[in-house]
Design a protein around this ligand. Structure first.
Ligand code: FA5
Length: 338
């Protein structure tokens, strides 16, 4: 029995198999246990001798089981370690990468175009004061032109700027001519949205002031921008229009050579020669602050355009509302390079 038992212990390949062997020999009804039970029928001398023999065998089997059990546990541990090992040389799973919003990219392109022409890029506040958004731009409170810009008013009398033009005033308050700036930023209008109108959108304002700035400079600048944006064949059209802060005023459109479909004029923005009333308002505000009047006799031009309109045309996006619904299926198509 000893040899068979030791062989069975050695041969057990799993802890469960070893437990079965243990039960077979040492369990309550096991082979060895049942031999112990027969001792009672032997004479005292025989019982002692046989008892000692059986107990020695029991101890030997128990020791062998313990050893085998330790071996099997070690093997199981090694197997688990091997299977759970982390291969640090494997490439990490790819994480989705973010990108710039298509409007940020268009504004970035525009800034670059104007920086190449010597302009500075400056930004202004989105919460604005009435006098900068309207009054100083020759739009007093009773002026019907206020209806051109439906306004979100705040409880404290301030407002969400309806255009980037108030930065014309703010910048001239703090700086003297000559100056050349563009102002990218968000603007807000309290109006119903449709496929071409949002209540929050962006503008890029431009302002150039100096001694002999003319309408020809304005036209040349807008044409240059159009060529940089849409290629050397881009054409620009100016049509008379009214804005209280310019005289004369115009709207400008760019001819869009669409490689995939119908070409058309894109109404991009408003522009004109800075109104003398604006220079006067700026000088009055400067005087109020103890600064010298600086804009008498100066001339300048200004323009304001909508980058959403550029993006819609350039990428064939049919509805302006797609830009701000945060739908990744739309946005990731225009992510481009980081
Ligand atoms: C203005 O806001 C003037 N401040 C522009 C200006 C600046 C004129 C300097 C003269 C001198 P207007 O409201 O037309 O003008 O808006 C200018 C451009 O912003 C439009 O041509 C259009 O491209 C864009 N825009 C206007 N309203 C919306 C709107 N609701 N949603 C999207 N884009 C708009």
């Amino acid at each position: 029995m000893r040899d068979a038992a030791l062989q069975a212990i050695e041969g057990a390949q799993t802890l469960e198999a070893l437990q079965a062997v243990k039960t077979h020999y040492l369990g309550k009804k096991g082979e060895l246990t049942s031999q112990l039970k027969t001792l009672g029928s032997l004479s005292p001398d025989e019982r002692r001798a046989r008892g000692a023999e059986i107990n020695a065998l029991k101890a030997e089997l128990e020791a062998a089981i313990e050893t085998r059990e330790a071996q099997l546990k070690e093997e199981a541990l090694q197997a688990r370690l091997a299977s759970e090992a982390i291969d640090v040389t494997l490439p990490a799973p790819a994480h989705p990468v973010g990108g710039l919003h298509v409007i940020s990219r268009i504004l970035g392109d525009l800034e670059e175009i104007f920086e190449r022409m010597g302009y500075s890029v400056v930004e202004g506040p989105e919460v604005e004061e009435d006098r900068f958004n309207f009054d100083a731009l020759n739009i007093p409170w009773h002026h019907p032109a206020r209806d051109m810009w439906d306004t979100f008013w705040l409880e404290d009398g301030r407002l969400l700027r309806t255009h980037t033009s108030p930065m014309q005033v703010r910048y001239m308050l703090a700086h003297e001519a000559p100056l050349k700036i563009v102002v990218p930023g968000k603007v807000f209008r309290y109006e119903a949205t449709d496929a071409t109108h949002e209540s929050m959108f962006h503008q890029l304002e431009g302002l150039v002031v100096g001694d002999h700035i003319s309408m020809a400079d304005l036209k040349g600048t807008i044409s240059e921008m159009a060529r940089a944006l849409f290629g050397p064949k881009a054409k620009v059209r100016f049509q008379p229009s009214f804005y209280p802060f310019v005289e004369p005023g115009a709207d400008f459109a760019v001819w869009w050579e669409n490689p995939r479909g119908a070409s058309k004029w894109l109404e991009l923005g408003g522009c004109g020669m800075v109104h003398p009333q604006v220079f006067k308002a700026v000088d009055d505000l400067r005087e109020e602050r103890g600064l010298p009047r600086a804009y008498e006799g100066k001339t300048g031009f200004a323009f304001g355009l909508g980058p959403e309109r550029i993006a819609m045309l350039k990428y064939g996006i049919p509805d302006i509302r797609y830009f701000y619904q945060n739908d990744l299926r739309v946005l990731t198509q225009f992510r481009g390079d980081l």
